[in-house]
Design a protein around this ligand. Structure first.
Ligand SMILES: Cc1cc2nc3c(=O)[nH]c(=O)nc-3n(C[C@H](O)[C@H](O)[C@H](O)COP(=O)(O)O)c2cc1C
Length: 205
């Protein structure tokens, strides 16, 4: 785990989501209407991406309403590529969430108010292999229209379609100091995989 890291006009379509309890473990479903509403991509222009991702952190989640998993991430960004609005995120292959990202066509990035920081700390220090992260944190998964999973408590959710994935390779590090600093025994871990997803829907709550 890397704890020592550095550190767009709104629409109003209400979304009837399915609130689901439970994370990567057995999911019991309960019908519910979330406060999440679809908004225009332009809402992202009001966000400071450095603060949003680097300081507030986000949950990267993939899966479906039978089984999903999420983890905290503070490395990544959003912008334009291939004339599409995209996000990019960096996930080490050993993360349980990686399995879900590999399997699924979509993933979500969810952002929360400060009161959920402890939940994000939990999701960033424990694995869904060992814990039911929803049960432990009180976070409630919501099946979005696309079938991707967001969270009832999220203030901002980006529902993304996977466009590209590539593993990092040692040879491609121009600055070997970065390689040495982040891929050693401490903090340790495999080289990240880069995932780029098209932002297809933005929700706010
Ligand atoms: C603030 C913070 C940021 C993190 N950012 C990333 C990241 O960008 N990429 C990554 O692979 N792991 C990152 N992690 C580590 C994972 O969140 C952590 O290993 C998590 O327990 C993985 O859970 P999982 O096994 O259920 O997928 C971060 C952890 C914290 C606390």
């Amino acid at each position: 785990m890397n704890l020592n890291r550095r550190e767009f006009v709104e629409g109003s379509v209400a979304v009837a989501g399915m609130v689901i309890a439970g994370g990567a473990f057995a999911v019991s479903s309960a019908e519910g209407v979330t406060k999440m509403k679809k908004v225009d991509l332009a809402v992202l222009a009001k966000e400071d991406a450095f603060k949003l991702i680097g300081s507030e952190w986000m949950l990267v989640c993939a899966g479906n309403n039978d089984k999903f998993n999420m983890m905290t991430a503070s490395w990544g960004g959003f912008g334009w590529l291939w004339n599409k609005p995209v996000v990019f995120t960096f996930i080490r292959p050993e993360r349980y969430t990686h399995e879900f990202l590999e399997r699924e066509a979509r993933f979500t990035l969810s952002f929360f108010k400060d009161e959920w920081k402890d939940a994000l700390k939990f999701c960033g220090s424990k694995s869904g292999r060992d814990f039911d992260k929803c049960k432990e944190t009180g976070l409630k998964g919501v099946a979005l229209e696309s079938g991707a999973i967001g969270f009832e408590q999220s203030r901002l959710t980006l529902d993304c379609r996977k466009l590209f994935k590539a593993p990092m390779s040692e040879a491609n590090f121009i600055d070997k100091d970065v390689l040495a600093k982040w891929y050693n025994a401490n903090p340790g871990g495999l080289l990240h995989d880069v995932y780029i997803g098209e932002i297809e829907t933005v929700y706010v709550a």
